[in-house]
Design a binder for this molecule. Structure first.
Ligand SMILES: Nc1nc2c(c(=O)[nH]1)N[C@H]1C(S)=C(S)[C@@H](COP(=O)(O)O)O[C@H]1N2
Ligand SMILES: [Mo]
Length: 360
């Protein structure tokens, strides 16, 4: 993909209207209502006939399986509230702009996912010693990077056997809707969105390193198109605020009354719990700590709520920012670091605000 500096192209617009973001005011919900959760679909949404659907588990296993949805549902169920973020979130803010889905900062949402622990199914299939990777194949097909393919991604065996990965058949208490992967999808809490393969058809264990497109060519941090790069894995920390006050229709500039506003938002990281959220009202020159909502420790993979009472010193123009730090010590940068795919741009959110007397 050739990076661009100029205006959004019609190809990007076409992707943007299919793959919508989560409106930032929906950060108010701890669990994102289904229709407000962002979407990212590389090809087309498949229509799946549930009675004939099967999940095939094979490769280096002693007991290959072919499971119907009822058979999966009969296995012990687990639930996890997990925050998803597309690896391309923040891409359209990079300069030059890598051409792909042009996300600003809204490609994030939290779902209550229910299904079967991936480990339960892998144990049932009796994975052979020496298996290194688990390859997940979706039903959707398309062309990408000049290759015809099914959407397919692998996970290292240790991640797949960990406590948290899930074969989910419910979202927020209902069967998965078509756009989120009906009838079953993979959920890998803490990893960027691309790991959560939708419309699962097959799971294959391999003893060899997997070299398919979405692992080997697509989701990698590269300095240029020729750089082999390193894989995109877990989610870098980010805080976002609900833009305060009321918006101007076209520019989305915010109007806040002179008395100030209670800022609220969410913060998350795939590397550890959030331990600090800070707010700046001067474009990142000075920072002040926000209050974290209690109870975060019970929600390992769910974004963390925060609030901050902002009292502006007077009427005028402000740039509000927020930033998060996780328990592993990762902190959001003020300036983006560029890579060719436009991945993981977690530079701080900037919200233009006019403080004025009156209703706000
Ligand atoms: N089969 C399949 N799975 C997929 C995708 C896809 O295009 N096909 N997109 C991935 C990407 S890039 C993201 S960010 C998440 C988005 O999940 P959501 O649309 O349910 O929010 O799904 C992932 N799983
Ligand atoms: Mo994504």
């Amino acid at each position: 993909m050739e990076p661009e500096a100029g205006e959004i192209t019609s190809d990007e617009l076409q992707l943007a209207t299919r793959n919508h973001g989560t409106p930032l005011e929906a950060l108010r919900y701890p669990i994102t209502p289904v229709g407000l959760h962002y979407l990212l679909i590389h090809y087309d949404i498949p229509v799946v006939d549930e009675p004939s659907w099967r999940l095939e588990i094979g490769g280096s296993v002693d007991r290959p399986l072919s499971l119907s949805l009822d058979e999966l549902r009969a296995l012990p169920a687990v639930s996890v509230a997990a925050t998803f973020e597309c690896a391309g979130n923040g891409r359209a803010l990079l300069r030059p702009r890598p051409i792909s889905q042009p996300w600003l900062s809204e490609a994030v949402g939290t779902g209550e996912w229910r299904g079967v622990a991936l480990r339960t199914v892998l144990e049932k299939a009796a994975v052979r010693d020496g298996s290194r990777e688990v390859v997940f194949t979706g039903l959707d097909r398309g062309l990408e990077g000049g290759e015809e393919q099914q959407y397919r991604r692998s996970l290292p065996i240790d991640e797949a056997m960990g406590q948290d990965a899930l074969l989910a058949y419910e979202l927020n208490g209902r069967p998965l809707p078509p756009q989120h992967g009906f009838p079953v999808r993979l959920v890998v809490p803490g990893w960027y969105g691309m790991a959560n393969v939708k419309w699962l058809r097959a799971i294959e264990l391999t003893a060899e390193p997997y070299r398919g497109y979405q692992n080997e060519r697509s989701y990698r941090f590269r300095s240029s198109d020729d750089d082999p790069g390193v894989p995109v894995t877990r989610i870098a920390p980010r805080a976002l605020m609900v833009p305060p006050g009321i918006p101007d229709f076209m520019t989305r500039r915010r109007f806040v009354p002179i008395g100030g506003a209670r800022l609220e938002g969410r913060a998350w990281s795939g590397w550890g719990p959030i331990d600090l959220v800070e707010v700046s009202a001067d474009g990142g020159a000075t920072w002040d700590a926000a209050s974290l909502d209690p109870g975060a420790a019970d929600h390992r993979w769910q974004w963390q709520g925060w609030t901050y009472d902002w009292q502006p010193p007077g009427a005028g123009e402000y740039e509000l920012c927020c930033r998060a730090r996780d328990g592993a010590g990762n902190q959001q940068p003020l300036e983006a670091s560029w890579n060719a795919g436009g991945y993981a741009n977690n530079s701080v959110q900037r919200v233009a605000v006019t403080v004025r007397s009156g209703e706000g």
